[in-house]
Design a protein around this ligand. Structure first.
Ligand code: PMP
Length: 428
């Protein structure tokens, strides 16, 4: 098939009639498919079911330090969970705190604390006239929702194939002390699957922010979530890099086992410098007597150590890989060369990012919905839900079965084709 851009109006109309028939045929099937959220499938959840069998008796409930995990105590996590998560996050065990079941919750709390109490003695953000955050785009919608919720002004920074555009990041944060943070998903980013290059991480570690209370919010949600054994991205560890550059307090690291064990019932962790942790523990002491140690123990016993966790991730990859391949192969087969969209083939993570012709994303998502396919709302990957080009669509292939995914991707490409033809015909 030649590029749609080479077709004249008559040819486009003829093609449209043909595709509309195909579309009506799938619509008649009355399907109910969902490619909107990055949820693990049931088969993936089943991989961790044995975790429910590791704690039976009273004696099982005692952690390495001899503490009964069923009772109150141990504010920042049991040692074996700290070791496991420290290895996963590639930081020293003493620089980690184990939290509850969600890293997003920890991110929210950090921002909330900065709003009301400031960061290490600085003015609470709520008392300032303006507070801004840099938001690499496209990015993770829930990050943007947190900053929007607190009235923090979001400044989009374009992503490149090596991470956020660092020329822009360096310049903005050096000259504007109202910029207090930047959201980063540094490995297999949500939604593009991009991993920040060595140079990008190094430039982050060397940042010279005008604001003393500026922090990098480094959400490494997909740190060990590879799809392939032989093609894996590598990310430099930023905490040590910041320390080496004399900026130990610059970064807050977040992660969780949500997409390793159970989303919503995993364990979350936070890593930062000693000075940052002193402040955070002070706040924690007010918030809680301690998080769920039974779940921490379950995770530590089930995975054993980091190599157990890495092995476990291979099982996830075996389930996820054919799904990503199905979507990517269909995109290539059906849309390759048509010049109506582009996408990135990721080596890990949970998403495929699709860029339609400008002005088409909302219409494509609406069209797919007509045939029973729910996609993430167009615009969600941008602050305030506003994609200025109305182009980016996030595809989440993890939850549907392989068979559902085949049909869902067919609907998606049909929707892309139909909307693009309308755009080229000037009907949009
Ligand atoms: N960060 C990113 C980048 C994510 O994609 C997700 C899940 N979609 C989360 C955080 C949520 O993590 P948690 O379940 O630990 O709150």
């Amino acid at each position: 098939m030649p590029s749609y851009r080479e077709l004249n109006a008559e040819e486009l109309e003829a093609l449209k009639r043909e595709l509309e028939q195909e579309f009506e045929a799938v619509k008649a099937k009355d399907l109910n498919l969902d490619m909107s959220r990055g949820k693990p499938s049931i088969a993936q959840l089943n991989l961790s079911m044995e975790m429910m069998d590791v704690l039976h008796r009273e004696s099982d409930m005692i952690c390495d330090a001899g503490i009964d995990c069923r009772n109150y105590g141990v504010l920042d996590g049991i040692q074996e969970a700290k070791q496991l998560l420290a290895d996963m996050m590639e930081v020293p065990k003493d620089n980690i705190i184990i939290f509850g079941n969600s890293s997003l919750n920890v991110m929210y709390d950090m921002i909330s604390h900065a709003m009301t109490h400031g960061v290490m003695g600085s003015t609470p953000w709520a008392k300032l006239d303006r507070v801004k955050f840099l938001c690499p785009v496209p990015g993770y919608d829930r990050h943007f929702t947190i900053t929007e919720h607190f009235g923090i002004e979001m400044v989009p920074v374009p992503m490149t194939s090596t991470g956020p555009d660092m020329d822009i990041v360096e310049k903005l944060i050096a000259e504007d002390d109202t910029i207090k943070g930047i959201w980063c998903v540094p490995k297999y980013s949500n939604p593009q699957g991009i991993t920040y290059s060595d140079e990008t991480v190094h430039r982050f570690a060397c940042l010279k922010p005008a604001a003393k209370d500026f922090r990098i919010y480094w959400d490494n949600a997909y740190g060990i979530h590879h799809l392939y054994d032989d093609k894996q991205d590598y990310l430099i560890e930023i905490f040590m890099e910041c320390k080496k550059e004399g900026n130990p307090d610059l970064v807050y690291k977040f992660a969780s086992t949500s997409k390793i064990s159970f989303p919503g019932s995993g364990i979350a962790a936070f890593a930062a410098s000693d000075a940052n942790l002193v402040e955070i523990r002070k706040q924690m002491r007010v918030q809680t007597i301690g998080h769920d140690k039974v779940n921490q123990l379950r995770h530590a016993r089930f995975f054993g150590d980091i190599s157990g966790m890495v092995q476990h991730m291979r099982k996830h990859a075996e389930i996820l890989r054919p799904k990503f391949d199905t979507v990517l192969n269909t995109l290539e087969k059906e849309l390759g060369g048509l010049e109506i969209g582009s996408w990135i083939a990721p080596r890990g993570g949970y998403f495929i990012s699709f860029d339609a012709m400008d002005g088409c994303a909302k219409a494509i998502v609406a069209k797919a919905k007509e045939a029973g396919l729910v996609m993430t709302d167009a615009g969600a990957t941008y602050p305030y839900g506003k994609d200025p080009r109305d182009s980016n669509i996030r595809i989440a292939p993890s939850y549907p079965t392989l068979e559902e995914l085949r049909v869902a991707t067919e609907i998606f490409v049909l929707s892309v084709k139909l909307v693009s033809i309308d755009k080229l015909l000037g009907n949009l």
